[in-house]
Ligand binder design. Structure first.
Ligand code: ATP
Length: 229
C-alpha cells in the first residue's frame, strides 16, 4: 500500500544522553521514493538516520514503521527490511565474494547490479578502489531486497562517475518499490534522482519540497553547507 509511509517520524527528538541534537522532526519516506536529507556538517543528519534505524532511542516523539509506532532495535528492523549503508563497511581481509556471502548475497546478484564487480570477485576487499568498495557495500544492502534503505554519504570522496553509478542504482531500486533516504553532500547530483528533499539546519527541518520546488534555493542550500552549522 503506497499510501502508508514505510517509515515516518512524529515530533521526533533524538540525541545523545538527554540533549536533543534533532528536534521536532516530521519526516516520512514512502515505498518507491528517494528522499534526500541535506544540511551542513553537524546539522544532525547522521543522528536522524540513527534514530530511524533504531540505533538511537528517541528522547521524545516517535518513529512509525508502516504506520505503527516502532520500538524495535536496529537488528530487528534489519530483519523487517531495513538496510543501512554508512562508511564503506567491507571486510578488508575477505575477498569480494566472501564479503557478499557474509551478507547472504549470491555474488551473481551483485554482479547483475554492478557488472564492474565481476572481475574483482576474487580480490581482497582491502585492495578495491573506494568506488568498488562502495559498490560492494551497496550491493550487499540492495541485493537482499530491503524495503527501506538508509544511506549516510554513500558517495563520500568518490569520483563523479562513480557517484552517478551508485545513485542510479538506488533510483532503479526505488523504481522497483524501495523506499530510500539518502544523506548526501553532492546536492545537485542527489537532486537529479530524488523525489523529495528535507533540509536540516541545527537539528530542525528548515526547508522541504520536491527538487523542482527547491531549484531556486540551491545556492542558499549549498552556501549553508559552507556556513558553520
Ligand atoms: P556530519 O555531516 O558532520 O556527519 P551530521 O549532520 O550528520 O553532520 P551529526 O553527525 O548527526 O550531524 O551530529 C550532530 C551533532 O551531534 C554534532 O554536534 C555532534 O557533535 C553531535 N554528536 C554526534 N555524534 C555524537 C555522539 N556519539 N555523542 C555525542 N554527540 C554526538
Amino acid at each position: 500500500d503506497t499510501d502508508v509511509p514505510l517509515i515516518a517520524t512524529r515530533a521526533l527528538s533524538a540525541g545523545y544522553g538527554t540533549r536533543p541534537v534533532v528536534s521536532d522532526l516530521d519526516l516520512e519516506v514512502r515505498p518507491g521514493e528517494v528522499v534526500a536529507l541535506l544540511g551542513p556538517n553537524g546539522a544532525g543528519k547522521t543522528t536522524t538516520l540513527r534514530a530511524l534505524s533504531g540505533d538511537l532511542t528517541p528522547i521524545s516523539g516517535e518513529v512509525r514503521w508502516l504506520g505503527t509506532p516502532c520500538h524495535t532495535p536496529l537488528h530487528r528492523r534489519a530483519r523487517e527490511g531495513l538496510a543501512y549503508v554508512g562508511e564503506r563497511a567491507v571486510f578488508t581481509r575477505l575477498d569480494t565474494t566472501d564479503n557478499l556471502r557474509v551478507g547472504h548475497v549470491p555474488p551473481e546478484r551483485a554482479v547483475e547490479l554492478f557488472p564492474e564487480l565481476e572481475k574483482r570477485l576474487k580480490t581482497g576487499a582491502g585492495m578495491l578502489s573506494g568506488g568498488e568498495q562502495q559498490m560492494l557495500s551497496l550491493a550487499r544492502a540492495l541485493c537482499r531486497s530491503p524495503r527501506l534503505l538508509l544511506a549516510d554519504e554513500l558517495s563520500l570522496g568518490l569520483a563523479p562517475l562513480v557517484v552517478d553509478r551508485l545513485l542510479r542504482a538506488v533510483r532503479e531500486a526505488a523504481d522497483q518499490g524501495l523506499a530510500a533516504l539518502l544523506v548526501e553532500q553532492h546536492v545537485r547530483k542527489v537532486l537529479d534522482i530524488a523525489d523529495r528533499v528535507y533540509v536540516l539546519r541545527r537539528g530542525r527541518v528548515v526547508m522541504t519540497g520536491t527538487p523542482k520546488e527547491l531549484r531556486g534555493e540551491l545556492d542558499a542550500i549549498e552556501s549553508s553547507y559552507l556556513a558553520k552549522n
